[in-house]
Design a protein around this ligand. Structure first.
Ligand code: PMP
Length: 387
Protein backbone atom coordinates (compact mmCIF):
# COMPACT_ATOMS: atom_id res chain seq x y z
CA UNK A 1 0.00 0.00 0.00
CA UNK A 2 1.16 3.53 -0.73
CA UNK A 3 1.84 5.62 2.40
CA UNK A 4 -1.05 7.75 3.63
CA UNK A 5 -0.74 11.41 4.60
CA UNK A 6 2.41 11.61 6.74
CA UNK A 7 0.95 14.42 8.82
CA UNK A 8 -1.33 11.89 10.50
CA UNK A 9 1.70 10.58 12.40
CA UNK A 10 2.21 14.00 13.95
CA UNK A 11 -1.20 14.11 15.63
CA UNK A 12 -1.13 14.16 19.43
CA UNK A 13 -2.29 10.93 21.13
CA UNK A 14 -6.09 10.67 21.41
CA UNK A 15 -6.23 10.58 25.23
CA UNK A 16 -9.64 12.20 25.42
CA UNK A 17 -11.16 9.63 23.10
CA UNK A 18 -9.78 6.79 25.17
CA UNK A 19 -11.49 8.13 28.29
CA UNK A 20 -14.68 8.98 26.41
CA UNK A 21 -14.97 5.37 25.28
CA UNK A 22 -15.14 4.34 28.93
CA UNK A 23 -18.38 6.28 29.23
CA UNK A 24 -20.13 3.43 27.44
CA UNK A 25 -18.98 0.84 30.04
CA UNK A 26 -21.91 0.36 32.45
CA UNK A 27 -19.58 -0.55 35.33
CA UNK A 28 -17.90 2.85 35.16
CA UNK A 29 -19.32 6.10 36.49
CA UNK A 30 -18.29 8.64 33.90
CA UNK A 31 -17.90 12.39 34.28
CA UNK A 32 -16.05 12.63 31.05
CA UNK A 33 -18.53 13.54 28.34
CA UNK A 34 -18.95 17.17 27.35
CA UNK A 35 -22.53 17.15 26.18
CA UNK A 36 -25.79 18.30 27.76
CA UNK A 37 -27.69 15.56 29.59
CA UNK A 38 -30.99 17.18 28.55
CA UNK A 39 -32.82 16.01 25.44
CA UNK A 40 -33.37 18.62 22.75
CA UNK A 41 -36.38 20.78 23.78
CA UNK A 42 -39.66 19.27 22.66
CA UNK A 43 -40.79 22.17 20.44
CA UNK A 44 -37.47 22.00 18.59
CA UNK A 45 -37.89 18.28 17.96
CA UNK A 46 -41.45 18.96 16.83
CA UNK A 47 -40.24 21.49 14.24
CA UNK A 48 -38.05 18.76 12.74
CA UNK A 49 -40.92 16.28 12.74
CA UNK A 50 -43.10 18.86 10.96
CA UNK A 51 -40.37 19.42 8.36
CA UNK A 52 -40.15 15.70 7.66
CA UNK A 53 -43.92 15.35 7.40
CA UNK A 54 -44.11 18.29 5.01
CA UNK A 55 -41.48 16.61 2.83
CA UNK A 56 -38.80 19.25 3.36
CA UNK A 57 -36.12 16.72 2.62
CA UNK A 58 -34.09 18.36 -0.15
CA UNK A 59 -30.68 20.02 -0.30
CA UNK A 60 -30.67 23.64 0.84
CA UNK A 61 -28.32 26.40 -0.38
CA UNK A 62 -24.81 25.45 0.69
CA UNK A 63 -24.65 28.35 3.12
CA UNK A 64 -27.93 27.23 4.67
CA UNK A 65 -31.56 28.33 4.33
CA UNK A 66 -31.92 32.10 4.09
CA UNK A 67 -34.58 31.98 6.83
CA UNK A 68 -32.04 30.26 9.08
CA UNK A 69 -29.28 32.76 8.34
CA UNK A 70 -31.72 35.59 9.12
CA UNK A 71 -32.45 34.06 12.52
CA UNK A 72 -28.73 33.71 13.19
CA UNK A 73 -28.22 37.38 12.28
CA UNK A 74 -31.08 38.31 14.65
CA UNK A 75 -29.58 36.35 17.52
CA UNK A 76 -26.09 37.73 16.94
CA UNK A 77 -27.47 41.28 17.01
CA UNK A 78 -29.92 40.76 19.88
CA UNK A 79 -27.61 38.84 22.21
CA UNK A 80 -24.09 39.94 21.32
CA UNK A 81 -24.55 43.31 19.54
CA UNK A 82 -22.82 42.01 16.42
CA UNK A 83 -24.20 42.86 12.99
CA UNK A 84 -23.84 40.37 10.13
CA UNK A 85 -25.56 40.37 6.76
CA UNK A 86 -27.42 37.05 6.30
CA UNK A 87 -26.89 37.20 2.53
CA UNK A 88 -23.11 37.53 2.57
CA UNK A 89 -21.65 37.12 6.04
CA UNK A 90 -23.03 33.88 7.51
CA UNK A 91 -22.55 30.18 6.73
CA UNK A 92 -24.58 27.43 8.38
CA UNK A 93 -22.26 24.49 8.98
CA UNK A 94 -22.18 20.83 9.95
CA UNK A 95 -21.68 21.58 13.65
CA UNK A 96 -19.19 24.10 14.94
CA UNK A 97 -16.68 21.37 14.08
CA UNK A 98 -17.07 21.85 10.35
CA UNK A 99 -16.97 25.64 10.75
CA UNK A 100 -13.59 25.25 12.45
CA UNK A 101 -12.26 22.85 9.86
CA UNK A 102 -13.42 24.90 6.87
CA UNK A 103 -11.97 28.06 8.38
CA UNK A 104 -8.61 26.48 9.20
CA UNK A 105 -8.28 24.87 5.78
CA UNK A 106 -9.23 28.08 4.00
CA UNK A 107 -6.97 30.45 5.91
CA UNK A 108 -3.78 28.45 6.30
CA UNK A 109 -0.79 27.66 4.17
CA UNK A 110 1.82 25.09 5.21
CA UNK A 111 4.29 26.65 7.65
CA UNK A 112 1.89 29.30 8.97
CA UNK A 113 1.93 29.64 12.73
CA UNK A 114 -1.29 29.33 14.69
CA UNK A 115 -1.55 30.37 18.33
CA UNK A 116 -3.62 28.18 20.64
CA UNK A 117 -4.31 29.08 24.24
CA UNK A 118 -3.80 25.97 26.36
CA UNK A 119 -5.32 23.97 28.01
CA UNK A 120 -7.14 23.78 24.70
CA UNK A 121 -10.13 22.00 23.14
CA UNK A 122 -8.79 18.81 21.62
CA UNK A 123 -9.83 18.97 17.97
CA UNK A 124 -8.09 22.20 16.95
CA UNK A 125 -4.55 20.90 16.88
CA UNK A 126 -5.13 17.76 14.77
CA UNK A 127 -6.92 19.75 12.07
CA UNK A 128 -4.28 22.46 12.13
CA UNK A 129 -1.55 19.85 11.74
CA UNK A 130 -3.42 18.27 8.85
CA UNK A 131 -3.53 21.74 7.27
CA UNK A 132 0.28 21.88 7.55
CA UNK A 133 0.28 24.67 10.13
CA UNK A 134 2.72 24.99 13.02
CA UNK A 135 0.99 25.19 16.39
CA UNK A 136 2.29 27.58 19.05
CA UNK A 137 0.91 27.05 22.56
CA UNK A 138 0.31 29.88 25.01
CA UNK A 139 -0.13 28.28 28.43
CA UNK A 140 -2.60 29.65 30.99
CA UNK A 141 -3.31 28.49 34.55
CA UNK A 142 -5.72 28.82 37.44
CA UNK A 143 -3.89 31.79 38.97
CA UNK A 144 -5.38 34.03 36.26
CA UNK A 145 -8.65 32.10 35.97
CA UNK A 146 -7.22 30.55 32.76
CA UNK A 147 -7.51 33.93 31.05
CA UNK A 148 -5.24 34.87 28.18
CA UNK A 149 -3.01 37.78 29.19
CA UNK A 150 -1.76 40.45 26.76
CA UNK A 151 1.89 39.77 27.66
CA UNK A 152 1.62 36.03 27.06
CA UNK A 153 -0.05 36.65 23.71
CA UNK A 154 2.49 39.26 22.66
CA UNK A 155 5.38 36.90 23.41
CA UNK A 156 3.92 34.19 21.18
CA UNK A 157 3.37 36.37 18.11
CA UNK A 158 5.98 36.23 15.35
CA UNK A 159 5.95 37.45 11.76
CA UNK A 160 4.74 33.99 10.77
CA UNK A 161 1.64 34.18 12.98
CA UNK A 162 -1.32 33.75 10.67
CA UNK A 163 -4.11 32.92 13.09
CA UNK A 164 -5.01 33.17 16.76
CA UNK A 165 -7.71 30.85 18.08
CA UNK A 166 -9.77 31.97 21.08
CA UNK A 167 -12.35 29.87 22.91
CA UNK A 168 -14.31 31.57 25.67
CA UNK A 169 -16.19 30.34 27.64
CA UNK A 170 -13.53 27.67 27.55
CA UNK A 171 -13.52 23.94 27.22
CA UNK A 172 -11.87 22.46 29.32
CA UNK A 173 -11.21 25.14 31.96
CA UNK A 174 -14.57 26.94 32.25
CA UNK A 175 -12.64 30.24 32.03
CA UNK A 176 -14.13 33.29 30.36
CA UNK A 177 -12.95 36.62 28.99
CA UNK A 178 -14.99 39.72 29.77
CA UNK A 179 -15.08 42.74 27.47
CA UNK A 180 -12.63 44.42 29.87
CA UNK A 181 -10.28 41.40 29.70
CA UNK A 182 -10.35 41.65 25.92
CA UNK A 183 -9.30 45.32 25.89
CA UNK A 184 -5.62 44.48 26.52
CA UNK A 185 -5.81 41.57 24.09
CA UNK A 186 -7.30 43.83 21.42
CA UNK A 187 -4.33 46.18 21.78
CA UNK A 188 -1.91 43.31 21.14
CA UNK A 189 -3.99 42.10 18.20
CA UNK A 190 -3.72 45.56 16.65
CA UNK A 191 0.06 45.05 16.50
CA UNK A 192 -0.39 42.12 14.08
CA UNK A 193 -2.57 41.45 11.04
CA UNK A 194 -3.24 37.82 12.01
CA UNK A 195 -6.71 36.39 11.59
CA UNK A 196 -8.74 35.53 14.67
CA UNK A 197 -11.04 32.56 15.14
CA UNK A 198 -13.34 32.96 18.11
CA UNK A 199 -15.05 29.70 19.03
CA UNK A 200 -18.01 30.86 21.12
CA UNK A 201 -19.94 27.60 21.30
CA UNK A 202 -20.46 28.03 25.06
CA UNK A 203 -21.64 31.65 24.79
CA UNK A 204 -25.01 30.83 26.36
CA UNK A 205 -23.49 28.90 29.24
CA UNK A 206 -22.06 31.77 31.21
CA UNK A 207 -23.15 32.24 34.81
CA UNK A 208 -22.23 35.49 36.52
CA UNK A 209 -21.17 37.70 33.62
CA UNK A 210 -22.21 38.77 30.13
CA UNK A 211 -20.73 36.99 27.15
CA UNK A 212 -18.11 39.06 25.34
CA UNK A 213 -16.73 38.54 21.85
CA UNK A 214 -13.46 39.85 20.40
CA UNK A 215 -15.52 40.72 17.30
CA UNK A 216 -17.21 43.44 19.36
CA UNK A 217 -14.05 45.47 18.78
CA UNK A 218 -15.06 47.04 15.47
CA UNK A 219 -11.53 47.32 14.05
CA UNK A 220 -10.88 43.60 14.70
CA UNK A 221 -14.23 42.33 13.45
CA UNK A 222 -13.24 42.25 9.77
CA UNK A 223 -10.48 39.67 10.39
CA UNK A 224 -12.37 37.64 12.96
CA UNK A 225 -14.39 34.51 12.24
CA UNK A 226 -16.96 33.97 14.99
CA UNK A 227 -18.02 30.34 15.35
CA UNK A 228 -21.03 29.15 17.28
CA UNK A 229 -23.55 26.33 17.22
CA UNK A 230 -26.50 24.53 18.69
CA UNK A 231 -24.90 21.57 20.50
CA UNK A 232 -24.41 23.19 23.89
CA UNK A 233 -26.95 26.03 24.09
CA UNK A 234 -29.94 24.02 22.86
CA UNK A 235 -28.79 20.49 23.75
CA UNK A 236 -28.56 19.54 20.06
CA UNK A 237 -25.28 17.63 19.75
CA UNK A 238 -26.68 14.93 17.48
CA UNK A 239 -28.22 17.35 14.99
CA UNK A 240 -24.80 18.46 13.70
CA UNK A 241 -25.59 22.10 13.25
CA UNK A 242 -23.41 25.18 13.71
CA UNK A 243 -22.52 28.43 12.01
CA UNK A 244 -19.82 30.95 11.34
CA UNK A 245 -19.98 34.71 10.86
CA UNK A 246 -17.31 36.86 9.23
CA UNK A 247 -16.94 39.59 6.65
CA UNK A 248 -18.13 38.87 3.12
CA UNK A 249 -14.68 38.33 1.65
CA UNK A 250 -13.77 35.69 4.24
CA UNK A 251 -17.18 34.06 4.00
CA UNK A 252 -16.77 33.84 0.24
CA UNK A 253 -13.44 32.10 0.61
CA UNK A 254 -14.56 29.72 3.38
CA UNK A 255 -17.78 29.08 1.46
CA UNK A 256 -15.80 27.72 -1.51
CA UNK A 257 -14.31 24.97 0.62
CA UNK A 258 -17.48 24.39 2.67
CA UNK A 259 -19.73 23.94 -0.37
CA UNK A 260 -17.42 21.31 -1.82
CA UNK A 261 -16.89 19.54 1.48
CA UNK A 262 -20.50 19.12 2.58
CA UNK A 263 -22.80 20.52 -0.20
CA UNK A 264 -25.17 21.81 2.49
CA UNK A 265 -25.82 21.48 6.21
CA UNK A 266 -28.49 18.92 7.21
CA UNK A 267 -31.88 20.17 6.08
CA UNK A 268 -34.08 18.74 8.84
CA UNK A 269 -31.67 20.05 11.45
CA UNK A 270 -31.96 23.53 9.99
CA UNK A 271 -35.72 23.58 10.52
CA UNK A 272 -35.15 22.52 14.11
CA UNK A 273 -32.43 25.16 14.44
CA UNK A 274 -34.72 27.95 13.24
CA UNK A 275 -37.23 27.03 15.95
CA UNK A 276 -34.47 26.89 18.58
CA UNK A 277 -33.19 30.36 17.65
CA UNK A 278 -36.70 31.83 17.54
CA UNK A 279 -38.20 30.30 20.66
CA UNK A 280 -35.40 28.63 22.63
CA UNK A 281 -34.45 31.34 25.15
CA UNK A 282 -36.52 29.83 27.97
CA UNK A 283 -34.94 26.40 27.40
CA UNK A 284 -31.48 27.90 27.63
CA UNK A 285 -32.42 29.67 30.86
CA UNK A 286 -33.79 26.49 32.40
CA UNK A 287 -30.72 24.39 31.51
CA UNK A 288 -28.33 27.12 32.64
CA UNK A 289 -30.04 27.29 36.03
CA UNK A 290 -29.62 23.54 36.42
CA UNK A 291 -25.95 23.63 35.47
CA UNK A 292 -25.44 26.50 37.88
CA UNK A 293 -26.77 24.45 40.82
CA UNK A 294 -24.47 21.56 39.88
CA UNK A 295 -21.52 23.89 39.35
CA UNK A 296 -21.74 25.27 42.89
CA UNK A 297 -22.20 21.84 44.40
CA UNK A 298 -19.27 20.30 42.51
CA UNK A 299 -16.83 23.13 43.23
CA UNK A 300 -17.75 23.20 46.90
CA UNK A 301 -17.14 19.49 47.34
CA UNK A 302 -13.95 19.38 45.26
CA UNK A 303 -12.44 22.15 47.37
CA UNK A 304 -13.44 20.42 50.59
CA UNK A 305 -11.78 17.16 49.55
CA UNK A 306 -8.44 18.76 48.70
CA UNK A 307 -8.86 19.31 44.97
CA UNK A 308 -8.64 23.12 44.72
CA UNK A 309 -10.94 24.52 42.07
CA UNK A 310 -11.92 28.11 41.35
CA UNK A 311 -15.56 28.50 40.42
CA UNK A 312 -15.78 28.11 36.62
CA UNK A 313 -17.48 31.08 34.99
CA UNK A 314 -18.73 29.31 31.92
CA UNK A 315 -19.37 26.03 30.06
CA UNK A 316 -20.08 22.91 32.16
CA UNK A 317 -16.63 21.83 33.29
CA UNK A 318 -14.75 22.03 36.57
CA UNK A 319 -10.98 21.94 36.19
CA UNK A 320 -9.51 21.30 39.65
CA UNK A 321 -5.80 21.13 40.40
CA UNK A 322 -4.36 17.76 41.40
CA UNK A 323 -0.95 19.21 42.16
CA UNK A 324 -1.15 18.39 45.89
CA UNK A 325 -1.38 14.66 45.10
CA UNK A 326 2.03 14.75 43.43
CA UNK A 327 0.65 12.73 40.52
CA UNK A 328 0.53 13.60 36.85
CA UNK A 329 -2.97 13.74 35.41
CA UNK A 330 -2.81 10.45 33.55
CA UNK A 331 -1.67 8.52 36.65
CA UNK A 332 -4.36 10.19 38.76
CA UNK A 333 -7.14 9.36 36.29
CA UNK A 334 -5.95 5.81 35.72
CA UNK A 335 -5.81 5.11 39.47
CA UNK A 336 -9.20 6.68 40.05
CA UNK A 337 -10.55 4.49 37.32
CA UNK A 338 -8.92 1.30 38.60
CA UNK A 339 -9.74 1.83 42.25
CA UNK A 340 -13.11 3.58 42.15
CA UNK A 341 -14.49 3.02 38.65
CA UNK A 342 -14.88 6.77 38.01
CA UNK A 343 -13.80 8.31 34.69
CA UNK A 344 -12.67 11.92 34.48
CA UNK A 345 -10.42 13.36 31.78
CA UNK A 346 -6.71 13.86 32.49
CA UNK A 347 -5.75 17.47 31.87
CA UNK A 348 -2.83 16.38 29.68
CA UNK A 349 -5.44 15.52 27.03
CA UNK A 350 -5.77 19.30 26.53
CA UNK A 351 -2.03 19.94 26.17
CA UNK A 352 1.01 20.02 28.45
CA UNK A 353 -0.36 23.01 30.39
CA UNK A 354 -3.24 20.81 31.53
CA UNK A 355 -1.17 18.14 33.25
CA UNK A 356 -1.73 19.59 36.73
CA UNK A 357 -5.48 19.32 36.37
CA UNK A 358 -8.39 16.99 35.64
CA UNK A 359 -11.55 17.85 33.71
CA UNK A 360 -14.79 17.05 35.41
CA UNK A 361 -17.96 17.54 33.37
CA UNK A 362 -21.03 18.47 35.40
CA UNK A 363 -23.50 17.90 32.58
CA UNK A 364 -24.84 14.92 34.55
CA UNK A 365 -27.69 14.60 37.05
CA UNK A 366 -26.98 15.69 40.62
CA UNK A 367 -27.45 12.10 41.77
CA UNK A 368 -24.82 10.85 39.32
CA UNK A 369 -22.46 13.67 40.28
CA UNK A 370 -22.99 13.03 43.99
CA UNK A 371 -22.11 9.34 43.69
CA UNK A 372 -19.02 10.13 41.63
CA UNK A 373 -17.88 12.76 44.12
CA UNK A 374 -18.36 10.33 47.01
CA UNK A 375 -16.04 7.91 45.27
CA UNK A 376 -13.48 10.61 44.44
CA UNK A 377 -13.59 11.72 48.06
CA UNK A 378 -12.88 8.16 49.22
CA UNK A 379 -10.03 7.96 46.69
CA UNK A 380 -8.56 11.22 47.99
CA UNK A 381 -8.72 10.15 51.64
CA UNK A 382 -7.06 6.82 50.82
CA UNK A 383 -4.31 8.78 49.09
CA UNK A 384 -3.77 11.05 52.04
CA UNK A 385 -3.62 8.21 54.56
CA UNK A 386 -0.90 6.64 52.43
CA UNK A 387 1.30 9.76 52.49
N1 PMP B 1 -15.74 23.84 20.12
C1 PMP B 1 -15.69 23.47 21.42
C2 PMP B 1 -14.89 24.29 22.35
C3 PMP B 1 -16.40 22.32 21.85
O1 PMP B 1 -16.34 21.97 23.13
C4 PMP B 1 -17.13 21.58 20.89
C5 PMP B 1 -17.89 20.32 21.28
N2 PMP B 1 -17.36 19.57 22.28
C6 PMP B 1 -17.13 22.00 19.56
C7 PMP B 1 -16.43 23.14 19.20
C8 PMP B 1 -17.85 21.24 18.48
O2 PMP B 1 -19.21 21.44 18.55
P1 PMP B 1 -20.25 20.84 17.48
O3 PMP B 1 -21.01 19.78 18.19
O4 PMP B 1 -21.13 22.03 17.14
O5 PMP B 1 -19.49 20.36 16.32
Amino acid sequence: MKPINARLNQLPPAILHKFLELATDPTILSLSVGEPDFPTPFHVRQAAIDAIQEGKTFYTPSRGLMSMRKEIANVMARKYHLTYDPATEIIVTFGASEALEATFITLLNPGDEVILVTPVYVTYEPILIMAGATVVHVPTDHTTGFKLTPDALRQAITDKTKLIVLNYPNNPTGGIMTHKDYEGIAEVLRETDAYIVSDEIYSELIYDAQHASIAQFEDLKSRTVVINGFSKAYAMTGWRLGYLCANAELVNAIGKYHSNAILCPPTISQFAGIEALKNGDEDIKHMREEYDIRRRYVVDRLNKMGLPCAIPQGAFYAFPSIEATGMDSLTFCQQLLDKKRVAVIPGIAFGAAGDRYIRFSYSYSIKHIEEALDRIEAFMSELSTKV
